[in-house]
Design a protein around this ligand. Structure first.
Ligand SMILES: NC(=O)c1ccc[n+]([C@@H]2O[C@H](COP(=O)([O-])OP(=O)(O)OC[C@H]3O[C@@H](n4cnc5c(N)ncnc54)[C@H](OP(=O)(O)O)[C@@H]3O)[C@@H](O)[C@H]2O)c1
Length: 437
C-alpha cells in the first residue's frame, strides 16, 4: 500500500512548476528505485497571481491560494516546499511551518544564509527537519555530499564557481569580446540574470552560498561582515585580455578554507585561475566546486547551478530524503555542530595577486614602482607591460605586476603608499587575486 504525503507548495514559478512536473512524471520510478511505494500529492499551491498559475496544465483552481496561512493551518498538509524566494514572506512561512511541525524543503539561499541559525534551532526545538539542497549550486548535490558522503573527511578547502550569471558574463567578455554592460544585457535576455542582477554581480549571491557551505563543513555560522566580498561589476575588458595573455582565466571564485591553525577563511572575488586548472574550463552558466578532503584528496562537482529542472531535481531529491528520514522516525535535520570558531579577517587572508597600474610612460618609472613596493616588503614574481603597436609613443602605459603570496591588507597598504610616493601612477591600481588551485 502506498503511503500518501500531502504537500503545500509555496511558489509556482520557475522551480515550483518544475517540481510539480517531475513529480507528475517520475513518481513510480522514484518509488521503484527507493523500493518504497509512496505518493506525493501537491494539495495546495501558494501564489500571488492565481490566473497565471492556472495556465499550467497541472494546476487546478481548488489547489490555489494566495494566503500563506492556508498551508500551515490545513492539517491535511504534511510537508511544505518553500519556493517563493526573498527573506520576508519566506521567513514567516518557513518559521510557521516548523512551529506547526511540518518538514520544510527550500531552495532559498538568502533565507538560509540570513536566518539559518534561527531556523535550524527552531527545527531542532520542534524536531522538524529543514532541507535545502537546491539552495547551493542548483542541481549539483553538494549539500548531501558534504553532509554524508564526505563526512569522514576533514575538508581542507572548497574552491567554487557558484554564480552562473557571473561566469557567463565573464566568459562572454573574454571570448565574444563584448563589454560588461552588453554581456549583462545578454544574460538578462537569455533569462540567466534577474531583472535586478545586483546580488549576482556584486558577489553576494555566491557569498550566501559560500556561507552555507562553510557552516555545513566547519559547523558554525560566520558573520558576513568579517569576509572579503567583491563582485564582477568593476571588471574591465583589459583585465580579461591580460589574464589570457598571462595564461589565466578570470572567474568569480568563492574560497572556503581551513587554515593550519584551525581558523576559517571565506571570500568571494574575481580571481585569476591557471588555464591548467579544471576550474578554468567551467564555462557559461555552469557551476563547479573543487573539494579538497584529507582522505579523498581532490574531488570535483560540476553541473547546472540554476534553471528549472536542475534546481527542481534537487528539491525532489530532498523530498525523497525527507520521506526516508521520516520513515525512521528520527530527527535528521541539520544543526550547526560547533558553537563558534575563529574567522580570518579579510586583511589577513593570503594569496598571490595580479596588480594592474596605469602609469606615465617615462624612463625610470618601473624602478620607482618596484622600489616603493620593496620598501613595503612586497615582492614580485613577474611584470608585464603590453605594448600598443598602433601608438608606440603613447603618454600612458599599462604595467602588470604579479605579486608573491602576502596578506591582502599588507598589499593594499603598500599600494596606498605607492600612489602617494610615485606620482607617475595615475589611477587606483586594479587588484585581482591569483587563486592557488
Ligand atoms: N530559478 C533558479 O534557477 C533557482 C536556482 C536555485 C535556487 N532558486 C531559488 O528558488 C526559489 C524560487 O525561485 P524561482 O526562480 O522559481 O522564482 P520565480 O520564478 O520568481 O517564482 C516565484 C513564485 O513564488 C510566488 N511568490 C513570490 N512571492 C510570493 C508571495 N509573497 N506570496 C505568494 N506567492 C509568492 C510567485 O507567484 P506569482 O507568479 O503569482 O507572483 C511565483 O509563483 C528562490 O528562493 C530562488 O533563489 C532558484
Amino acid at each position: 500500500m502506498s503511503k500518501v504525503i500531502n504537500i503545500g507548495l509555496a511558489g509556482f514559478g520557475t522551480v515550483g512548476s518544475g517540481v510539480a512536473e517531475i513529480l507528475a512524471e517520475q513518481q513510480s520510478m522514484i518509488s521503484a528505485k527507493i523500493q518504497q511505494p509512496f505518493e506525493l500529492n501537491i494539495v495546495k499551491i501558494l501564489v500571488r497571481d492565481t490566473a497565471k498559475a492556472l495556465q499550467h496544465p497541472l494546476v487546478n483552481e481548488s489547489q490555489l491560494t494566495t494566503n500563506w496561512e492556508d498551508l500551515i493551518h490545513d492539517d491535511s498538509i504534511d510537508w511544505v516546499i518553500e519556493l517563493i524566494g526573498g527573506t520576508t514572506h519566506a521567513y514567516t512561512l518557513v518559521k510557521a511551518a516548523l512551529e506547526a511541525k511540518k518538514p520544510v524543503i527550500t531552495g532559498n539561499k538568502a533565507l538560509i544564509s540570513e536566518y539559518g541559525a534561527e531556523l535550524f534551532a527552531l527545527s531542532k526545538a520542534n524536531q522538524t527537519p529543514i532541507y535545502f539542497e537546491a539552495a547551493v549550486a542548483g542541481g549539483i548535490p553538494i549539500i548531501t555530499n558534504l553532509r554524508q558522503t564526505l563526512s569522514c573527511n576533514e575538508i581542507k578547502s572548497i574552491t567554487g564557481i557558484i554564480n552562473g550569471t557571473c561566469n557567463y558574463i565573464l566568459e562572454q567578455m573574454s571570448v565574444a569580446k563584448i563589454s560588461y554592460d552588453q554581456a549583462l544585457k545578454q544574460a538578462q535576455e537569455l533569462g540567466y540574470a534577474e531583472a535586478d542582477p545586483t546580488l549576482d554581480v556584486n558577489g553576494w549571491d555566491a557569498t550566501h552560498k559560500a556561507l552555507i557551505i562553510s557552516c555545513l563543513t566547519y559547523g558554525f555560522y560566520v558573520d558576513p561582515k568579517l569576509i572579503h566580498v567583491e563582485g564582477i561589476d568593476t571588471i574591465q575588458a583589459t583585465d580579461l585580455v591580460l589574464a589570457e595573455t598571462l595564461g589565466y582565466s578570470l572567474k568569480l571564485i568563492s574560497k572556503i578554507k581551513k587554515q593550519d591553525n584551525g581558523a576559517i577563511e571565506i571570500r568571494t572575488q574575481p580571481s585569476l585561475i591557471p588555464k591548467s586548472s579544471i576550474l578554468s574550463s567551467v564555462n557559461g552558466v555552469f557551476n563547479a566546486l573543487l573539494v579538497d578532503g584529507n582522505y579523498l584528496g581532490d574531488s570535483f562537482f560540476y553541473g547546472q547551478g540554476a534553471g528549472k529542472f536542475p534546481t527542481a531535481s534537487s528539491v525532489v531529491t530532498d523530498l525523497i530524503t525527507c520521506y526516508q528520514d521520516q520513515a525512521t522516525g528520527e530527527f535528521r535535520g541539520f544543526l550547526p555542530f560547533v558553537e563558534s570558531g575563529e574567522v580570518v579577517a579579510a586583511e589577513l587572508t593570503k594569496s598571490s595577486y595580479y596588480v594592474r597600474l596605469n602609469v606615465i610612460d617615462q624612463a625610470g618609472v618601473m624602478a620607482k614602482v618596484t622600489q616603493s613596493l620593496a620598501n613595503s616588503d612586497i615582492s614580485l614574481s613577474g611584470t608585464h607591460s603590453p605594448i600598443d603597436p598602433s601608438n608606440p609613443d603613447a603618454e600612458f602605459t599599462t604595467m602588470v605586476l604579479l605579486v608573491h603570496t602576502c596578506e591582502y591588507g599588507k598589499l593594499k597598504s603598500a599600494l596606498n603608499t605607492l600612489q602617494t610616493e610615485v606620482k607617475e601612477v595615475t589611477q587606483a591600481p586594479v587588484v585581482l587575486r591569483i587563486e592557488d588551485v
